[in-house]
Design a protein around this ligand. Structure first.
Ligand code: NAD
Ligand code: DAU
Length: 337
């Protein structure tokens, strides 16, 4: 059996990846290491938590006594664990530096000494390139992160690279665009707007709504990671983009249409400070390995709206009872819902 360690596997992308990995790789034994912050939830793994090929460890990547031995016995590490929400990083950046930079450092130190390790996937982000006015970011472009989250991810991205260049750790770095799909925490724009729309509540659109994001279905992300675990070149960076560039206002109209609501719910609110105008990725390097995204955006968005409609058990307790969500929402939008 292949020993695979997934950090942050109780979060949005991590839990989708754990589910995908257990289904697709019957010779993998997967260990999830997750601190269960506000964003990490056992229920994200409800259908795989008791799988005989899956072990869940509740722990912090920063705790070398816990994370070290798990890295030491792994052949593959997929490192998702991070603080991930830009608006929270603007409110308070400390935890981003600790988890995203120092946490990655702790794992890389263990990876240096791990005898069986053949792949360490550092999950970075397209935000490290900063705002891209025209054209598409290539892996060789300069990094110009412009918010504390993006800067902490850029630090971790380059730290991982340095552990390949210096110590030969088999690192592959991925920079994905905005993911969407099931189990995404309802502070992020798609699940926030979808669940507000289901409840016929206003959707808070930042600034003029003209910011552009490229949307990637989480299942296409998982397929790209499979390919890079098998065929990525150590020390290389790979962009993973869905090729679906959409302005926020266009995205909002699409969500409202799928949810059966009108544009009357759109409520302009003050812009995010330092709000990156546009991200766009050149994905030629990944496509050359044989990957293309499979999920057409409107289909994926329709299915995602449907998932939130059918899975109120998952998001309603977060939005209506979780103190971490409600206090954040109050700080961000000036009201609790
Ligand atoms: P998420 O916030 O949903 O999940 C993060 C997970 O990490 C949670 O389960 C949390 O409990 C866990 N975690 C946080 N601190 C930890 C610690 N110290 N020790 C152990 N576990 C800890 O995030 P996500 O959206 O699934 O993102 C996963 C990764 O993908 C992140 O590294 C993020 O930067 C990257 N990424 C996300 C996107 C996106 O659109 N969501 C795009 C590109 C890259
Ligand atoms: O690009 C990849 C990144 O995508 C990941 O690295 C991050 O972890 C992830 O959070 C995401 O960052 P964004 O800032 O792009 O995602 P968010 O969902 O917060 O916002 C998407 C866009 O929607 C952005 O332009 C801001 C806007 N927005 C967001 C919220 C929460 C609104 O207009 N209103 C909102 O209430």
């Amino acid at each position: 059996m292949v020993e695979v360690l997934v950090t942050g596997g109780a979060g949005f992308i991590g839990s989708n990846f754990v589910r995908h990995a257990l289904r697709r790789h019957t010779d993998w034994r997967v260990t999830t290491l997750d601190k269960l912050t506000y964003a990490g939830r056992r229920e994200n793994l409800h259908d795989v938590i008791d799988d005989p090929r899956h072990t869940f460890v509740h722990g912090d990547i920063l705790d070398a006594a816990v994370s070290g031995p798990l890295v030491a016995r792994a052949e593959i590490v997929v490192h998702f664990a991070a603080e991930t929400h830009v608006d929270r990083s603007i409110l308070a950046a400390g935890e981003f530096i600790r988890t995203d930079v120092e946490g990655t450092f702790v794992l890389l130190e263990a990876a240096r000494r791990a005898p069986r390790l053949r792949r360490f996937v550092q999950i970075s982000t397209d935000e490290v390139y900063g705002s891209v006015a025209t054209g598409a970011s290539r892996e060789t472009d300069e990094l110009k992160p412009r918010n504390p989250y993006a800067a902490s991810k850029a630090g971790a991205d380059r730290l991982a690279y340095s552990y390949w260049a210096t110590y030969g750790v088999p690192v592959v770095i991925t920079r994905a665009s905005n993911n969407y799909g099931p189990y995404q925490f309802p502070e992020k724009v798609i699940p926030l707007f979808v669940t507000n729309a289901i409840d016929n509540r206003p959707v808070p659109l930042y600034g003029d709504g003209g910011n552009v994001r490229d949307w990637l279905h989480v299942n296409d992300h998982c397929l790209a990671l499979d390919l890079l675990i098998a065929s990525g070149v150590n020390g290389e960076v790979y962009n993973i983009g869905g090729g679906n560039e959409v302005t926020n206002v266009d995205l909002t109209h699409r969500i409202l249409a799928h949810a059966g609501r009108t544009a009357a719910l759109i409520t302009p609110v003050p812009d995010r400070p330092g709000h990156d105008r546009r991200y766009c990725l050149d994905t030629a390097r990944l496509r050359a390995l044989g990957w293309t995204p499979q999920v057409p955006f409107d289909e994926g968005l329709r299915d995602t709206v449907e998932w939130y409609r059918k899975n109120e058990w998952w998001w309603r307790p977060i939005k209506e009872q979780d103190p971490a969500f409600r206090s954040y929402y109050q700080a961000q939008y000036g009201r609790t819902t």
